[in-house]
Write a protein that binds this ligand. Structure first.
Ligand SMILES: Cc1cc2nc3c(=O)[nH]c(=O)nc-3n(C[C@H](O)[C@H](O)[C@H](O)COP(=O)(O)OP(=O)(O)OC[C@H]3O[C@@H](n4cnc5c(N)ncnc54)[C@H](O)[C@@H]3O)c2cc1C
Length: 302
């Protein structure tokens, strides 16, 4: 279970006590506020605070005194223009603060995104819970034969069972040892928490608060909600995409159209497409593209 009944009660109490505010409110985001969205087996992502909405992006772009909204259509057009032309600073005017519970190996990938503010649960100060990520059978895949950084077919039968058993046994054994080292009794003082944690595997869960502006959130989502990202971090990014789509619908739609579902073309790719349109047969050899780039080009353009 990603949150305990006590934690759920705290979340419910917060949601039952709304307050009046003069600040900008995104109706879509209000529905998400505080609510944990389950990710993986024990993880979650939830919004604990946010600032701004679609109109705030336009307000900043126009440096307005009031709400800045001319009309919804007008705002959408402006947001699409800003996104299309990489005029990014108005998107930095919106902020969001997430509470995320995630396996340590996912956190290692996530923390590479340096443009956020992070505060992590301290395993020097507190004892970690006995919670480990164990992949669902459909995500237990073999090493990819074509991509060194990827997965191939899903493991089956005896092999899948053996791997699952090893993952579970190793997790439980190392947690038992963690507890044994921490224990204080007549025979031992108990090892410091900051040291005892070092034998815990990378699939144990950690938690953090992660605050980021919308521009950098979209950059994170562009990289991590992408098919090239590892499934486990993508599961979090996908949940955050759904939240962002409700928070800033116009900005997120523009992001989808001009970033996520868009393709950027190299000079060689533009030339190859022009030559194709003129009826020429273009091959990798005469395209000026390396084999890998050519393969990626063909995946999009056939
Ligand atoms: C599919 C995938 C595979 C990856 N594989 C590997 C791997 O094998 N090994 C590995 O080490 N990493 C890997 N990474 C991590 C990747 O190289 C980046 O570190 C990570 O995606 C963070 O991106 P970022 O620096 O753009 O983000 P952020 O840190 O959020 O930065 C956003 C932008 O701000 C600017 N910026 C921020 N800090 C600085 C700075 N100090 N100096 C200059 N500009 C800055 C840059 O323009 C940057 O793009 C992988 C990432 C992905 C998505």
């Amino acid at each position: 279970m990603p949150v305990t009944p006590e934690q759920q009660a705290e979340i419910d109490a917060l949601r039952e006590a709304p307050r009046e505010t003069l600040r900008t409110v995104s109706e879509g985001m209000e529905r998400h506020l505080y609510v944990p969205h389950q990710v993986l087996d024990h993880g979650f992502v939830r919004v604990v605070d946010y600032m701004g909405d679609d109109a705030a992006i336009c307000q900043a772009a126009r440096v307005s005194y009031g709400r800045g909204t001319k009309s919804v259509q007008n705002d959408e057009g402006l947001i699409r223009y800003l996104m299309r032309h990489w005029h990014s600073t108005p998107f930095e005017m919106c902020e969001v603060k997430f509470h995320v519970k995630l396996p340590v190996f996912v956190a290692r990938q996530w923390i590479r995104h340096r443009t956020a503010n992070v505060n992590e649960y301290s395993a020097r100060y507190s004892i970690l819970d006995r919670e480990f990520y164990i992949p669902a059978p459909e995500h237990l895949a073999a090493q990819s034969g074509v991509n060194n950084q990827g997965r191939g077919e899903v493991l089956q039968g005896e092999e899948a069972q053996r791997v699952l058993n090893l993952l579970r046994e190793d997790a439980m054994r190392s947690y038992d040892h963690y507890e044994a080292m921490l224990a204080q009794d007549d025979n031992q003082q108990g090892l410091a928490r900051e040291l005892a944690r070092m034998n815990l595997p990378a699939n144990i869960y950690t938690q953090w608060y992660w605050k980021v502006d919308l521009h950098n959130l979209l950059h994170f989502l562009r990289l991590r909600a992408d098919a090239h990202a590892q499934y486990e971090i993508r599961a979090y990014a996908d949940a955050m995409c759904r939240i962002a789509a409700d928070w800033v619908p116009a900005a997120f739609a523009a992001f989808r159209d001009y970033r996520m579902d868009a393709v950027s073309l190299s000079a060689q790719a533009v030339a190859a497409l022009k030559r194709r349109l003129a009826g020429e047969v273009v091959t990798q050899e005469n395209s000026g593209m390396a084999a890998r780039e050519w393969r990626e080009f063909q995946e999009v353009w056939g």
